[in-house]
Ligand binder design. Sequence first.
Ligand code: NAD
Length: 436
Amino acid sequence: MRIGIIGTGYVGLPTGVGLAELGNDVICIDREPKKIEALQAGKITLYEDGLEELFHKNVKAGRIHFTTSMKEGIEGAELVIIAVGTPPHPVTKEADMKYIHAAATELAEYLTGYTLIATKSTVPVGTGDDIEALISKKNPFADFDVISLPEFLREGFAVYDFFHPDRIIVGANTQKARDVIKELYKPFEGKTRMLFVKRRSSETIKYASNAFLAMKIHYINEMANFCEKTGADINEVAKGIGLDNRIGARFLNPGPGFGGSCFPKDTMAMAYMARQNDVEMTLIKATVDGNIKRKQEMAERIMEAVKGIENPKIAVLGLAFKDGTDDCRESPAIEIISHLLEMNAHITAYDPKAMGTACYLLGDKITYADSMYACLKEADVVAILTEWQEFKELNLAKAGQLMRHKVIVDCRNLINSVEAKNNGFKYRGIGVPSIG
Ligand code: NAD
């Protein structure tokens, strides 16, 4: 199938590469010339496990191309996928639709023959109708359908998730549109669940899923606070409740709050849509507010650990919003660092993959270390903010020799507290008894 993908970011690029690998003829379009020039020159523009290899393979096979030209990307396409950003509006926090509206308007004049337009971006309910209206206005003779095809990939696992989708949700109001999608996903037939629903239901499913998962994280974080007061251990509690298969074990890891490009913005957008429709959604509101507060609390916790030390030096391990990605958008680590900087802290940080993206956000406000151990030199406390495997394997004896004070604030519960104690560390985890 000839496919045009608008937006070559964390969703558009893995999707484009995956669809090319399935044998389709893909053109990825992006308005950022630098991104396209890099991709045309064979340089991958973001980190995702396994993506680079697959990218080179498909470029070599001539199945994927990159362009800044909407005309080149859309003309002749049977399927157009919209994967542009829908960031939070700076004031209202609703999903900002300017990129979606621009993409819909720009693509309209280049449609040739029947074209299916699939929105992979996370968009408010009713956006499909808006896209349809924008295209018809610009090109009254265009023959097309607009569907909602929400993306459920997990950053860090984008390639795996593309080839092993849990489920495929399709919001399509016509049979013709459903047939194109069935053809596209034929390679996954019998291997995944495919659910066809109304377009508005599909748009809602994406927000409802993300809000639910965010709520689950917020719930376990509140439960961790409870455990800290009562002497229970959140790791044991989470394991125990996760054994109930009505609840499930996933998304029950306590931590510094949720982040990334999706959960914070999608919960805020959902809360906005609820207000607009005059529907009370107290759980989502509590989740949004609680998650903002959580980052401030984590920063205070880190400062508390160096109380009484003059000009304390804080070593931060982890900048990405989670392991397996270089994405720092809405990363709890970045927000916690910003709070720490407001409290005049001196910070040295290290992340195995996200130094570049973090530097873009934090500039020279902090010092960047070349390695995990370099980061710990002369530190008065180490704060672990991202759950990288490398940090789990921290050699505590070596760490203790490098640091000025042996203190760990483990916001991801990666370190074994008994081992920390045996190596002379003061240890504070999340929802577990503190040591020292
Ligand atoms: P991103 O910011 O990484 O990429 C978006 C790209 O679109 C950018 O490269 C930008 O230059 C390009 N773009 C914007 N307007 C354009 C236009 N008119 N023409 C051509 N290119 C244009 O965003 P992302 O993380 O890939 O997210 C895209 C959408 O998918 C969002 O709605 C997001 O909520 C949703 N989503 C993201 C994830 C994720 O894990 N990142 C998961 C599921 C859904």
